[in-house]
Design a protein around this ligand. Structure first.
Ligand SMILES: Cc1ncc(COP(=O)(O)O)c(C=O)c1O
Length: 369
């Protein structure tokens, strides 16, 4: 059996008629940048997240960048985030001229550990940026409580968490603002780059709307120097088609995860924990294994594709060596990056395929003694 980590070609096969129809409509209307489809997507995604505003952008990194700028992050400021994430999380802080300050993750969830936040707050701290890694919500009540005590802003990095629920509420609606990525491999993926900022705050939304389009508040009226961070019309149209299926796709991902958990109970491996009050959307289904390279090779020999999210925490990346964090500074994130392995868990997988992967993993890692 050949099992890919993700199969976007099969997904397209089921959407082809609708996608081609919408591509034609976008071309006929020549609304290639922003336009009616993007505006409709903004309304629909805002409603989906339960917020007043969604500002559609060119990618998730742009959403994080504008989110931080809207919160007033500027040179000299510090923004606290997790070192166990994709580089873009920290890059957005750097783009503002601010300094990323890393705080270790909770080994149970791989998300920012709220208990460790307070000791990293300084007079320069302006904001906290939790990441909902793998589609599992960070502990937002605890994070917001610390932020309120210290008068800090909170921006969610929800790039991997479309539809995730925390205590009944959707991500993108759990802080001052939320930043989403619609990179093609995400649970809600465009057919190219895409991103969005969600918020209830009129001021943040107005800033982001102007900033994505060269600081324009009216045609050729530039209030400030902004960016070209606009979403393409076609991406808005594709995202509308896919948003209608997102809940069903996420439910299927949870079913697959549940099956993996059942079949791998007793295997010699670790997994992040779910909180029964929340709903993880399993952007990735990850396990923690010893001798990861050998496990990857043995799974590949059985036709199973895997990936590592992520092999190196940000504080140990050359790009952030100047921050001066030596190895050992964030032991939980470092451990996670050393052992983590993503298994195929996309909605198109059959239960037979899930069983095949789980049986292979069990055979390779063995049972706990
Ligand atoms: C956690 C996280 N933050 C930010 C980003 C950046 O999003 P984009 O690639 O759309 O710029 C990504 C996705 O790639 C991500 O996974």
């Amino acid at each position: 059996m050949k099992i890919p980590l993700l199969d976007l070609k099969a997904e397209y096969a089921g959407l082809r008629e609708e996608i081609l129809g919408t591509l034609d409509r976008v071309c006929q209307s020549s609304a290639f940048v922003l336009g009616a489809e993007v505006e409709a997507f903004e309304r629909e995604f805002a409603e989906y997240c339960g917020v007043k505003h969604c500002v559609a952008l060119s990618n998730g990194t742009a959403a994080l960048h504008l989110g931080l700028l809207a919160l007033g992050v500027q040179p000299g400021d510090e923004v606290i985030t997790s070192p166990n994430t994709f580089l873009a999380t920290a890059e957005a802080i750097t783009y503002c001229g601010a300094r990323p300050v890393f705080v270790d993750t909770d080994p149970a969830t791989a998300n920012l550990d709220p208990k460790l936040l307070e000791r990293s707050i300084t007079p320069c701290t302006r904001a906290i940026m939790p990441v909902h890694l793998y589609g599992r919500a960070a502990d937002m009540d605890a994070i917001r409580a610390v932020a309120e005590r210290h008068k800090l802003f909170v921006l969610e990095d929800a790039a991997q968490a479309h539809g995730t629920r925390y205590r009944g509420r959707r991500t993108g609606n759990l802080a001052n603002a939320g930043a989403f990525s619609f990179y093609p491999t995400k649970n809600l993926g465009a057919y190219g780059e895409g991103g969005a900022l969600t918020t209830d705050d009129d001021r943040i939304a107005n800033f982001a709307r102007a900033a994505r389009s060269h600081g324009q508040t009216a045609r050729y009226e530039h209030e400030f120097v902004g960016y070209n961070y606009r979403m393409h019309g076609f991406q808005g149209a594709v995202l509308r088609i896919k948003l209608r299926r997102l809940d069903a796709w996420n439910a299927r991902r949870r079913e697959i995860a549940g099956e993996y958990r059942k079949l791998l109970a007793g295997a010699r491996l670790g997994m992040p924990q779910d909180d029964a009050r929340d709903e993880c959307v399993y952007h990735q289904f990850v396990i923690y294994v010893k001798n990861r390279n050998a496990v990857i090779a043995q799974l590949a020999a059985r036709g199973i594709e895997t990936a590592v999210h992520y092999p190196r925490p940000l504080h140990l990346q050359p790009a952030y060596s100047s921050l001066g964090y030596p190895p050992g500074t964030f032991p939980h994130s470092e451990q996670a990056c050393e052992h983590v392995l993503s298994l195929p868990a996309f909605p198109g997988l059959s239960m037979e395929q899930v069983e095949y992967v789980a049986n292979a993993v069990m055979e390779i890692v063995g049972r706990k003694t």
